[in-house]
Design a protein around this ligand. Structure first.
Ligand code: NAP
Length: 436
């Protein structure tokens, strides 16, 4: 089988034709090697699970490396939604049953993530619960990438979807862990958990746009919001700041940090044994950053809005990122090489062939479960197209024989279309075309 010389990797290159022939040779060698995965998805939030579902339905036998629980970083399989109570804004994610409109209840974060996982596994995704420790994109771009996990296992793959998400920054005080998530009173997501505090008092920590946005959002639900910020200057935009300052329900506590959190018995402690030893937030202990003076505010919830950290450290010096470490993509979810990448071949690529990104790792603007899921779908379709293009190339199939445009691939995922094409993946159709 030979390459006809005009492959996707050729298109990815910025010029040098000897680089291109190196890439082509690698492709020919590896295209049909069964030991090599078609696609590995790293990360298991809404973007990772959606990418797994789509690539599984495309018969690409994806491997999802989902993570597990890391107590040091609080990273957990399922991602940020695992620390979320009711989800109200993921369309369709409501408890089943015939209930009146006013009684409709969203699923919990863990429930939604559990369903997404099950759906991806049902369609054939393989999943391992480990963290990835190393990804080598530089040595052999466009051929075969290697992914190592913490157990020492090495996987080889033709394509990768990076869906490692972002982690909300935490205050880092010991009491924070005790009350974090599961209704304990400390949260990093007002749109996820705010509804539990209707008619109550909460504190929001931070001085950026996130803090102002969360404070304004919460003020619609709660009786009072304390905005706790460590200085009297703000990173927030003027308009967002002014909106919060003008809101009569929001009281600013400036030059203040939260030093400790006090608890009270869980409201269900009397009636449910599970909650007997559990506490919820009762007060925040504040320290004045100038005088050191300690004071207390009574609050039922604390929303930490001090920014997010993209989980992109695995890809530092390999992929192009913005200043904050969010991985950039080209609109087709393709990632670009870093200028500090050690490999000269990689540095000359416009994008890294076969490597895609999805979800919060590449999005510091929308950061919603539904947008992450959408990006996971797009990355999966792009990965499918990439693999089909590589196979068409390697198999020497006339590109006119099989339509591998993104539109055609997307259409092949419509359920009624799949009936017509007999559940065949795009790769199977390429192989069939080769045999004609
Ligand atoms: P940010 O702009 O980095 O602000 C973080 C805030 O948290 C700062 O005020 C910082 O204080 C404070 N902080 C950081 N670490 C802290 C700690 N350990 N203890 C106490 N306070 C701490 O982050 P962001 O607000 O999440 O915004 C990130 C980006 O998203 C920005 O570009 C923002 O404009 C954008 N965004 C836009 C919107 C919107 O337009 N609707 C909404 C949200 C976010 P210092 O200032 O003292 O460092």
């Amino acid at each position: 089988m030979e390459s006809n010389g005009a492959n996707l990797n050729g298109n990815a290159l910025n010029g040098n034709s000897s680089d291109k022939s190196t890439l082509d040779e690698g492709l020919v060698r590896h295209a049909l090697d069964d030991d090599i995965r078609n696609v590995i998805i790293i990360g298991s939030g809404p973007s990772g699970y959606t990418a797994a579902l789509y690539t599984a339905r495309a018969n690409l036998q994806p491997l999802l490396i989902a993570g597990s629980l890391d107590p040091k970083t609080s990273r957990i399989k399922g991602g940020q939604l695992m620390a979320t109570s009711d989800i109200e804004n993921f369309p369709g994610a409501i408890e089943s049953g015939d209930v009146a409109i006013e009684d409709v209840k969203g699923l919990t974060g863990p429930d939604l993530m559990g369903r997404m996982e099950k759906q991806a596994l049902h369609f054939g995704a393989e999943m391992i619960e480990e963290f990835v420790t190393e990804v080598d994109l530089c040595t052999s771009p466009g051929n075969v990438y290697t992914v190592k996990t913490e157990s020492g296992q090495t996987y080889r793959t033709r394509s990768i979807i990076i869906a490692t998400g972002a982690s909300a920054k935490r205050l880092g005080i010991p009491a924070e862990d005790k009350f974090f998530g599961q209704g304990g009173g400390v949260s990093t997501c007002a749109t996820c958990d705010g509804h539990s505090y209707r008619g109550k008092t909460v504190a929001v920590v931070g001085g950026g746009d996130s803090a102002m946005e969360e404070a304004n959002y919460l003020a619609r639900l709660v009786d009072k919001v304390y905005l706790v910020h460590r200085r009297d200057e703000f990173r927030a935009s003027k308009i967002m700041l002014k909106r919060a300052q003008d809101n009569p329900k929001i009281e600013f506590r400036l030059h203040s940090t939260i030093e400790d959190i006090k608890g009270k018995p869980h409201p269900n402690a009397e009636i449910m044994p599970f909650f007997r030893d559990k506490e919820v937030v009762a007060a925040a202990v504040l320290k004045d950053t100038r005088s050191g003076e300690i004071s207390e505010i009574e609050v039922d919830g604390i929303f930490v809005a001090i920014g997010h950290t993209p989980n992109s450290e695995l890809f530092k010096s390999q992929l192009k990122m913005d200043e904050a470490g969010y991985i950039e993509h080209d609109g087709h979810m393709r990632v670009m090489p870093s200028i500090t990448c050690e490999s000269p071949v990689m540095r000359r690529l416009e994008y890294v062939p076969g490597v895609f990104v999805a979800g919060d790792i590449s999005d510091h603007v929308y950061r919603q479960a539904i947008t992450a899921a959408g990006m996971g779908c797009m990355a999966a379709i792009e990965a499918e197209r990439y693999l089909a293009e590589v196979m068409t190339e390697v198999a020497g199939v006339d590109p006119g024989t099989v339509d591998i445009s993104p539109e055609s691939i997307a259409q092949s995922h419509w359920s009624h279309e799949r009936d017509q094409i007999g559940e065949k993946s795009i790769l199977e159709r390429v192989v069939e075309a080769e045999q004609l």
